[in-house]
Design a protein around this ligand. Structure first.
Ligand SMILES: *Cc1c(COP(=O)(O)O)cnc(C)c1O
Length: 397
């Protein structure tokens, strides 16, 4: 197919990365091989020197993985992308590429728990400094800048509080300061938000979530917007070795084909569920970007096509009430992760964000009673009935 970039996202999700495949197969076959034969000693030498393009060894690149990388780059309007063995491998690849000892990072305080821990432990061990700030507040970002700041890393909407940072305005600051702006786009997917179009330099995803969508693969991806960055990142990834394998790339590429359909249903269901929760007497507060009560509702409307499938809320009665509520659910499953077809619910303070101290959590507004819901694509009435039943089982508290 020619000119894939001129099509809409619904068409891109189906076709991207599926052209130029050998033997005319409609989807990329799984090249389940660790290495590739050279036609001659000279051919091998030319591939290694970069004088000729081709496959050498699967850690360096594999055709099944490349087809999938092409597809995500097309959807993010990026130049190229690099598939990694997990979202955390992707984040580590980004930091290991862009930073060296003595450099400083400004990171969203509402961020995936292990991202916070990676910066505070592994990266700190190698002499990288970090400040976690409320990146929905442009002044807070400005104040955090130091002479050695090299990267601003934002997650928007942030995990798990769904606080939203203004990508375009932050990119104006990072461009003026000549530092890289990295956006974790996991919570929305490129169907709902394209950070590279509004000023970000690098985008990452945990593929484990919406892009795969079926809760059966762990993976990550880095999307870059120019060839120089691509070469730098590819070198680091090749050395660190945290690559995606061909079979998992095949699975995520298959999941990607239904991404726009799934996202449509996630958004539809989540808006109804968020409205239901906001009107329920036993719910203290709800955060969902589509609700007018969300503090950055207007920024959400500006930079996001729709509001996504993630909701945070707190039940009256705090942590104990939350536990009883979660134990009384039947359809909604108690599990970490998100973005799959099934509705999942979890408790950040004791689960995804347990690796942060309570002090750090409270600074990031992760109260002990906060519950995070990843709304699936089931029938929305079934989801609401399940929530309603569990909430009504709590009258004795
Ligand atoms: C899950 C997640 C990650 C990490 O991805 P893994 O695939 O679990 O390594 C990073 N950022 C966000 C927002 C996530 O939800």
């Amino acid at each position: 197919m020619k000119n894939i970039n001129k099509f809409s996202d619904e068409t891109k999700t189906v076709h991207a990365g599926c052209s130029n495949i050998s033997e005319g197969s409609v989807v990329p076959p799984i090249y389940q091989t660790s290495t590739f034969k050279f036609q001659s000693a000279d051919h091998g030498a030319r591939l290694f020197s970069g004088k000729e393009q081709g496959y050498i060894y699967t850690r360096m690149l594999n055709p099944t993985v490349k087809a999938f990388e092409d597809a995500v780059a097309v959807l993010e309007n990026g130049h190229k992308s690099l598939a990694c063995g997990s979202g955390m491998a992707a984040i580590h690849t980004i930091f290991a590429t862009l930073l060296q000892s003595g450099d400083h990072v400004i990171c969203s305080e509402a961020v995936y728990g292990p991202t916070n821990t990676l910066l505070n432990t592994v990266m700190a061990k190698f002499g990288v400094e970090v400040d976690f700030v409320d990146t929905s507040n442009l002044n807070a970002i400005m104040h955090a800048f130091r002479d050695n700041t090299k990267v601003v890393y934002i997650e928007t909407p942030g995990n798990p509080t769904l606080v939203i940072s203004d990508i375009e305005k932050i990119s104006a600051i990072t461009k003026a300061k000549d530092v890289k702006l990295v956006v974790d786009n996991t919570f929305l997917s490129p169907i709902l938000q394209k950070p590279l179009d509004i000023g970000a330099d690098i985008v990452m995803h945990s593929l484990t979530k919406y892009l795969n969508g079926h809760a059966d693969v762990v993976g990550g991806i880095v999307v870059v917007n120019n060839e120089d960055d691509y070469q730098l990142f590819r070198k680091t990834l090749n050395q660190i070795g945290g690559v995606q394998d061909p079979f998992n790339s095949f699975l995520v590429h298959r999941g990607l084909k239904t991404l726009s359909l799934r996202i449509e249903r996630h958004c539809h269901n989540a808006m109804i569920v968020a409205t239901f929760l906001e009107n329920h007497k036993n719910i203290k507060w709800v955060r969902y970007p589509g609700l007018k009560s969300h503090p950055q509702h207007n920024i959400a409307k500006k930079q996001m096509k729709d509001s996504g499938g993630m909701i945070a809320f707190e039940i009256e009665g705090g942590l104990r009430a939350g536990e009883i509520f979660m134990d009384n659910l039947n359809l909604c499953q108690l599990a970490v992760s998100l973005g799959g077809v099934e509705t999942l619910i979890q408790h950040p303070a004791s689960m995804t964000h347990a690796s942060m101290s309570q002090k750090q959590r409270l600074k990031s507004n992760i109260t002990d009673g906060l519950v995070r819901l990843s709304v699936g694509i089931e029938n929305v009435d079934d989801i609401i009935n399940d929530l309603e039943n569990a909430l009504s089982s709590m009258h004795f508290i």
